[in-house]
Design a protein around this ligand. Structure first.
Ligand code: UD1
Ligand code: CA
Length: 447
């Protein structure tokens, strides 16, 4: 196989999304639609990728760059059809020789295997290959007119199709692989003399056949090439993708007690013998090590959970939370940008932000790292084997030395040296017999 370039059509605003954001920037499984497509382009090892965006879509370009540093961006200022959109990439891809794969920015579930099969069909006599699918309801799609030998004769758009052509159920996904110089030559020949008054990319099929060359067909499932036009379709596709991710996690050796209530992200990495209880939400950027347990109702994003660690129930791990092997984070605990070292325990009602909790340290219930002074964030360093008594506030920046104790209810503003005890609460006052006297007084009043 020669070199590959991808054109990603993403100029549509997606009116039916009823959104201020371009359609391709909506997300499923924690990744934008565009991100899913660019991820597949990366899997295909495309030498060049050009995203065709609409005017004023800087955010689309920015998102594209977050997946591919040197992504090319072309702007289609007027929406004159898919053929016109593809042509916008011509200048950007100047000098490229090889196969050009046209992808749609709003078709995120396409798999690299299907694309590889399509691309492999392009050769000197067959400069075009189109990806089709058997449609449950073909209405609205371009239809594949296929000859006796299985080659494509034409793609006829629904609006332009005769009754006989509308009866065809093999439909066009829109995804196409074309030899580069052939693509540019054919795009120059397109006309907009059709029912929509648009330049159809699909017309290059008929033009190729007219030139005495062949167009090959590859097929895949309808789900893979489903596009998104509105929020209901976005939600439906989320479910399809979630099921794929859940299956992959379970096939990889993780137990999902109630898979339908666990939400994963496209990039979630889950080890073996991990147990995930019901109602867990995992956002982007999460890695879960072998044997870790995530108990119910936990919410995790951009966090790294080490082997054998325990999280939840009702725990929240925010970006840059790192749990080393065997660390424990319990109920109603929030961890942000902090490392909980091996064997440390943060079991109940606690906020740990911008901190290190040393190995085997024990953080009592209700402990708060006061990391924010209204303007800046400060660091709390808690050494190994430290014991923080319940209901303590650690006012950062502050350091609790290895093995030190902090008495319950303390507000710690100064560093605590290793091996010391710090207590800041007032001394307890004892009033002998006070409660008994009160009870006696009340008994008299009552009689
Ligand atoms: C297209 C195909 C049709 C196929 C269907 C599959 C053509 C002429 N028709 O039809 O055969 O069955 O997709 O869903 O290609 N876009 C631009 N600029 C434009 C027009 C479109 O960037 O000027 C982008 C859209 O954002 C979208 C994609 O191209 O991502 C497809 O456009 P759309 O209008 O949805 O094409 P269909 O008419 O559905
Ligand atoms: Ca469409």
């Amino acid at each position: 196989m020669g070199k590959l370039a991808c054109i990603v059509l993403a100029a549509g605003m997606g009116t039916r999304m009823k959104s201020a954001r371009p359609k391709v920037l909506h997300a499923i499984a924690g990744r934008t639609l565009l991100g899913h497509v660019l991820n597949v382009a990366n899997q295909m090892e495309a030498a060049k990728v050009c995203v065709v965006a609409g005017p004023d879509m800087d955010d689309v370009a920015d998102e594209a760059r977050s997946y591919i540093d040197d992504v090319l961006v072309a702007v289609q200022s007027e929406r004159l059809g898919t053929g016109h959109a593809a042509k916008m990439a011509k200048d950007q891809l100047k000098g490229f020789t090889g196969t050009v794969l046209v992808l749609y920015g709003d078709v995120p579930l396409i798999r690299s295997d299907s694309l590889a099969d399509l691309v492999a069909r392009v050769d000197a006599n067959t400069p075009v290959a189109s990806l089709g699918f058997e449609a449950v309801d073909p209405s609205g799609y371009g239809r594949f007119v296929i000859d006796d030998e299985g080659f494509l004769q034409a793609i006829v758009e629904h609006k332009d199709a005769s009754d006989a052509e509308r009866a065809i159920t093999m439909c066009n996904s829109g995804i196409m692989a074309v030899e580069a110089s052939h693509l540019w030559a054919m795009l120059d020949k397109l006309s907009n003399d059709n029912a929509s008054g648009e330049y159809y990319l699909t017309d290059i099929v008929g033009l190729t056949v007219d030139a005495g060359l062949k167009v090959s067909v590859s097929t895949c499932s309808q789900t893979e090439v489903a596009g998104i036009n509105d929020r209901r379709q976005l939600a439906a596709m989320e479910q399809v993708l979630q099921n794929r991710l859940r299956d992959a996690a379970m096939m990889g050796g993780a137990t999902l007690v109630d898979p339908n209530s666990v939400y994963l992200s496209a990039d979630t990495v889950i080890g073996r013998d991990v147990i995930i209880e019901p109602d867990v939400i995992i956002g982007p950027g999460v890695t879960i090590g072998d044997r870790a347990r995530i108990l119910g109702f936990s919410h995790i994003e951009k966090a790294n959970i080490g082997a054998g660690a325990m999280v939840g129930p009702f725990a929240r791990l925010r970006p840059e939370a790192v749990l080393d092997a065997g660390a424990k984070v319990g109920n109603f605990v929030e961890i942000k940008k902090s490392r909980i070292e091996s064997g440390a325990k943060v079991n109940h009602f606690t906020y740990i932000g911008d901190a290190r909790v040393g190995a085997k340290a024990n953080i009592g219930a209700g402990t708060i790292t006061c990391n924010y002074d209204g303007k800046h964030k400060h660091f709390t360093d808690i050494g190994a084997n430290v014991f923080i008594g319940s209901n303590s506030s650690l006012v950062a920046p502050v350091k609790i030395g290895e093995g030190a104790y902090v008495g319950s209810g303390s507000v710690i503003t100064k560093d605590v040296p290793s091996g010391d005890l710090a207590v800041t609460r007032p001394k307890q006052i004892m009033v002998s017999g006070w409660a008994t006297r009160l009870a006696e007084k009340r008994a008299k009043e009552g009689s």
